[in-house]
Design a protein around this ligand. Structure first.
Ligand SMILES: Cc1cc2nc3c(=O)[nH]c(=O)nc-3n(C[C@H](O)[C@H](O)[C@H](O)COP(=O)(O)OP(=O)(O)OC[C@H]3O[C@@H](n4cnc5c(N)ncnc54)[C@H](O)[C@@H]3O)c2cc1C
Length: 473
């Protein structure tokens, strides 16, 4: 069955008899009885408890042991940072206070206590070092994001040429050595995940809100396209060069990734931008794709958009590369009720159905699938284990094994990464690594802290504090 038909015929999967809904190690996440949600928060606190909500006592015991080992393996400095996060998140009041005080905390303190947990560093050398530490944990690659926060698209960014130049430099000076050092020593060349460069459209053009909201008519839209082209061309050239040196590799060496923005910018501009780039850099005659776009699956119309993109890709002879996320702007979208699914459970259903259909299509059709690459970008243990279950059922040299990767943000859901690497034989786990001046990454950190607010509604940081203390003693 071809992918268009697959998505056109898509109807809710029958959970009672579909084995993909029963993952090998089943986690029952804390359930919010009000709207029957599974985990509701994108942070590392809640996932700690996913590890303990399994009802099987033997598995519980094993998970507890695994997690103790994981905590004991962390450097002291990181444990102290986690202790601080746990203390800030003890309850709603402590978290709200921490969020209010955060802008007034001196840079040096933020840098040494919090940035090191969530950011790769300020310089490329520091980020390279971060890559090495991740490798020690079985995480072979990174998605680098030079962080200039501008999600409202209103901040004037003056140094866009510098952002483009630094982004290209980070490809050559961080991602390339990080990958090459591993390719030379890996028994299987497809076991090392690609190095990703994240491109945030709202940081790559002046007046991003106006440009993206009026992408088809705005005179500066071509500047944004050109900036993305410049970076993606470098990725493309490196892929061609390395493909000639390593002809057995089925997985791209590097991938440019267009990050998703708020709905208005996404809908009017980013979808069109990522389509143009895939049309140019993912032509079927090229051995490897060089660019992927992002789809936010909390959007009620996301399935329709993917179906449309499948149609366009087939019509125009290019492959689709996707990063799928649930979506980060639920608290700030002005028309949330009309554009986002009404419940967390509905978002989860949509996410898992789309993800399973894409992976199944790649499993069935290999390199002939319309989907050339998929990143399951999520902290949700259930989604990730479902993906791992299908991948583990495929032969080790199958196209989909290396072309489906699993991403989490640096410093978040580390236990999900640990579970995938240590207990599910996943070699394709990567971390999204923001890097850049502390002044800029500070806004990113504030967003991470605000996201903790979701968790504190149903959980608190006390569990984290207890576990860190026992690892420290
Ligand atoms: C590698 C990586 C890259 C990312 N890149 C982007 C990006 O480019 N753009 C972007 O927007 N986000 C991005 N994100 C963030 C992502 O969109 C999510 O905010 C975050 O990962 C939390 O979702 P989750 O899948 O981890 O799972 P969970 O923690 O299980 O789900 C939380 C998410 O569910 C959704 N949700 C929660 N409550 C409700 C509700 N009541 N109704 C409907 N939906 C609800 C929200 O999307 C919320 O963020 C990225 C995340 C990762 C890991």
């Amino acid at each position: 069955m071809n992918s268009t038909a697959l998505f056109a015929r898509l109807k809710p999967l029958n959970r009672s008899n579909n084995p993909l809904y029963t993952v090998a190690r089943h986690y029952v996440s804390r359930t919010n009885t009000k709207n029957n949600t599974s985990s509701t928060a994108p942070n590392n606190l809640l996932y700690l408890d996913q590890m303990y909500n399994n009802n099987n006592p033997q598995q519980q015991q094993q998970q507890k042991k695994d997690y103790d080992v994981y905590f004991k393996s962390l450097p002291k400095k990181q444990l102290v940072s986690l202790l601080l996060i746990g203390l800030c998140s003890l309850n709603k009041f402590t978290l709200a206070t921490a969020i209010k005080m955060f802008p007034f905390i001196p840079y040096q303190i933020v840098k040494s206590l919090v940035s090191s947990l969530y950011c790769g560093g300020e310089t490329m050398d520091e980020v390279l070092q971060c890559g090495k530490l991740l490798q020690n944990r079985g995480i072979s690659n990174m998605m680098l994001s030079l962080t200039i926060e501008n999600s409202d698209g209103v901040k004037q960014i003056d140094n866009i040429d510098e952002i483009v130049a630094l982004t290209i430099e980070s490809l050559h000076n961080v991602l390339k050595p990080n990958l090459l050092s591993q390719l030379q020593h890996s028994p299987d060349i497809n076991d090392i995940a690609p190095g990703y460069i994240a491109l945030k459209p709202s940081a790559l053009v002046k007046n991003p809100h106006k440009v993206l909201a009026n992408f088809n008519t705005h005179p500066d839209a071509h500047v944004l396209v050109e900036n993305c082209n410049r970076i993606t061309s470098e990725v493309f050239q490196l892929n061609q060069q390395l493909a000639a040196m390593y002809p057995h590799r089925k997985v791209p060496f590097f991938i440019a990734t267009i990050d998703a923005e708020k709905f208005e910018l996404q809908h009017n501009g980013v979808y069109a931008l990522q389509r143009q780039l895939m049309h140019k850099f993912n032509k079927l005659e090229y051995p490897l794709p060089s660019v992927i776009g992002t789809w936010q699956l909390y959007l009620a119309d996301s399935m329709k958009h993917i179906q449309h993109d499948i149609h366009l890709a087939k019509q125009n002879g290019y492959s689709l590369g996707l990063k799928i996320v649930r979506g980060a702007y639920i608290h700030s979208e002005p028309n949330r009720d009309s554009i986002i699914f009404k419940s967390k459970a509905a978002t989860d259903r949509n996410y898992n159905e789309i993800m399973l259909n894409i992976i199944n299509d790649m499993a069935r059709n290999g390199s002939k699938s319309v989907f050339s690459h998929l990143m399951v970008a999520s902290h949700n243990m259930d989604s990730q284990l479902k993906a791992a279950t299908i991948l583990n059922s495929l032969p080790s040299d199958h196209y989909a094994r290396g072309n489906v990767t699993m991403g989490q943000l640096l410093g978040m859901a580390d236990n999900v990464a640990f579970e995938l690497v240590e207990n599910n034989n996943m070699k394709n786990v990567v971390k999204y690594v923001p890097w850049g001046p502390t002044k800029e990454t500070r806004d990113y950190l504030l967003r991470r802290l605000q996201e903790n607010g979701d968790a504190v509604r149903s959980d608190n940081g006390w569990g984290l504090v207890k576990r860190v203390c026992s690892a420290l003693i």
